[in-house]
Design a protein around this ligand. Structure first.
Ligand code: HEM
Length: 345
C-alpha cells in the first residue's frame, strides 16, 4: 500500500470504527454511556487539554521578537506608511489587534496567498515561463468551512438553551431563507459538507500536498464530514425526536443528566463523533484555532528599533564586565604584553 493509501485508510477506518462503536452501543442499550458518560468525559478532556496546552504555550519563552513583517517598518518621518503597511508591520498594540482581527475574521494572510508556477509557453522558442498568480480557492474553501461550522454550532444552541436564545432564531431564519424542501434546509450544513469535501479533495488531488499529508490530516476532515453527514441524515431523512434530544442536552448542561427514551441510534452516532472531535481537539492540528492568538509571529509589534526586547531565558541578564575580566586575568595580560586599565599594585 502506498503512502497516501496507508494514511488515508487509517483515518477512514478510525472514523468508520467510531461510527460502528456508537451504533452498536446505542442498539445495545448503552444510552447512559453514549448519552451521559462520554459527553462529560469529552468536555473534561477538551478543557483540561486546552488549559494544559495554553499554559504550556504561554510559558515558552520568546527569545526573539519575531513578528512576520511584509511592509516598511517605522523609519524616517517623510517615509509614509499606509493602512496596509501598518497592518503588515504593526508598530502599536492597536495595529497588532487590527492585524489579528483581520487574520482571525477574514484569514487575511491566506487571502494574499500566491502561487509560483513554471508554465510552458505557446511559442516553443521561449520554452518555459515563471508566473506568479494569486491563488484564492483555498481561502474561499477555508472561509466557507469555518463560517459554516460556526453557524452550525451556534444554531445547535437551541438544544442547550431554554428558552432558545433570540440569536439562534435569527440564524435559523437567515440560514433557511431558501425554502425548497421540508424541513427547511439550512445552507450552513450543506456548505460545511461541500467545503470539507473540497478541502479533502484538494489534499488528495494535489501531488505535493498528498505527499506531506498524514492520517492526522485526513482524520479531522473525515470526522467533521461524518458529523455533518449524520446531522443531515438526522434532520432530513431519518428524523429524530428533537424534543427528546433537547431534554437530554438540557439535562447535561444543568448537571442533572438522565437518559431519555425515544432517541434513535443515529443520534448517538452523531453525538459520539462530536465527543471524539472535542476530546481530540487539544491534541491535534485543530489547536490552530486558539494557537493563532498565542503566535508571536502575529501577536507582537515590530518595534525592535525603539523598544528593547528582553530574552526571558536569561533575565535579569548576568553580565561580566570588562573590569571583572581584567581583574581575573591582569597578571597574564601584563605578561603577554596586553595593555591594561589598572596596573598591578
Ligand atoms: C461539532 C459539533 C456539531 C456539528 C458540526 C454538528 C453538525 C450538524 C449538522 C450539519 C446537522 C444538519 C442540520 C443543520 O445544519 O443544523 C446537524 C443536525 C443535528 N444535530 Fe448536530 N452537530 C454538532 C453537535 C451536536 C450536538 C452536541 C448535538 C446534541 C444535542 C447535536 C444534535 C443534532 C440533532 C438532533 C440534529 C438534527 C436537527 C434537526 O432535526 O433539526 N449535534 N448537526
Amino acid at each position: 500500500m502506498d503512502f497516501f493509501k496507508r494514511h488515508f485508510m487509517v483515518a477512514l477506518s478510525a472514523v468508520l470504527g467510531l461510527v460502528i462503536i456508537a451504533y452498536v452501543g446505542a442498539k445495545g442499550n448503552l444510552q447512559l454511556i453514549f448519552g451521559v458518560v462520554v459527553p462529560y468525559l469529552a468536555v473534561l478532556i477538551f478543557f483540561e487539554g486546552l488549559i494544559y496546552r495554553v499554559i504550556k504555550w504561554s510559558r515558552s519563552p520568546v527569545p526573539f521578537k519575531i513578528p512576520t513583517t511584509a511592509a516598511q517598518n517605522k523609519s524616517l518621518p517623510w517615509i509614509k506608511k499606509n493602512l496596509g503597511d501598518k497592518l503588515d508591520n504593526p508598530e502599536t498594540t492597536g495595529q497588532v489587534v487590527g492585524r489579528m482581527a483581520l487574520e482571525v475574521g477574514l484569514f487575511r494572510s491566506l487571502f494574499r496567498n500566491t502561487r509560483t508556477q513554471l508554465l510552458s509557453t505557446t511559442k516553443q522558442s521561449q520554452g518555459v515561463q515563471l508566473v506568479h498568480w494569486s491563488y484564492k480557492w483555498l481561502w474561499l474553501g477555508a472561509i466557507a468551512f469555518h463560517y459554516a461550522f460556526l453557524v452550525v454550532i451556534l444554531r445547535h444552541l437551541r438544544f442547550f438553551t431554554e428558552p432558545t436564545a433570540g440569536l439562534v432564531h435569527l440564524l435559523d431564519a437567515v440560514d433557511g431563507f431558501v425554502v425548497f424542501f421540508t424541513p427547511t434546509v439550512f445552507m450552513s450544513g450543506v456548505v460545511l459538507v461541500a467545503a470539507a469535501l473540497y478541502l479533502l479533495s484538494r489534499r488528495i488531488a494535489n501531488p505535493a500536498l498528498r505527499y506531506i499529508s498524514l492520517a492526522a490530516d485526513y482524520f479531522p476532515l473525515l470526522l467533521i464530514l461524518a458529523i455533518a453527514t449524520t446531522g443531515i441524515l438526522l434532520r432530513y431523512f431519518y428524523k429524530t425526536d428533537v424534543v427528546a434530544v433537547k431534554e437530554l442536552a438540557i439535562g447535561l448542561v444543568t448537571l442533572k443528566p438522565h437518559v431519555v427514551a425515544g432517541i434513535g441510534p443515529l443520534f448517538y452516532v452523531h453525538l459520539f463523533l462530536v465527543c471524539v472531535l472535542f476530546a481530540y481537539f487539544p491534541f491535534s492540528k485543530l489547536l490552530h484555532a486558539p494557537g493563532v492568538f498565542l503566535s508571536p509571529t502575529r501577536n507582537t509589534a515590530g518595534n525592535t528599533r525603539w523598544v528593547r526586547h528582553v530574552n526571558p531565558w536569561n533575565y535579569p541578564v548576568k553580565f561580566h564586565s570588562y573590569m571583572d575580566q581584567e581583574d581575573a586575568y591582569r597578571e597574564a595580560m601584563i605578561e603577554a604584553g596586553i595593555p591594561v586599565e589598572k596596573e598591578l599594585k
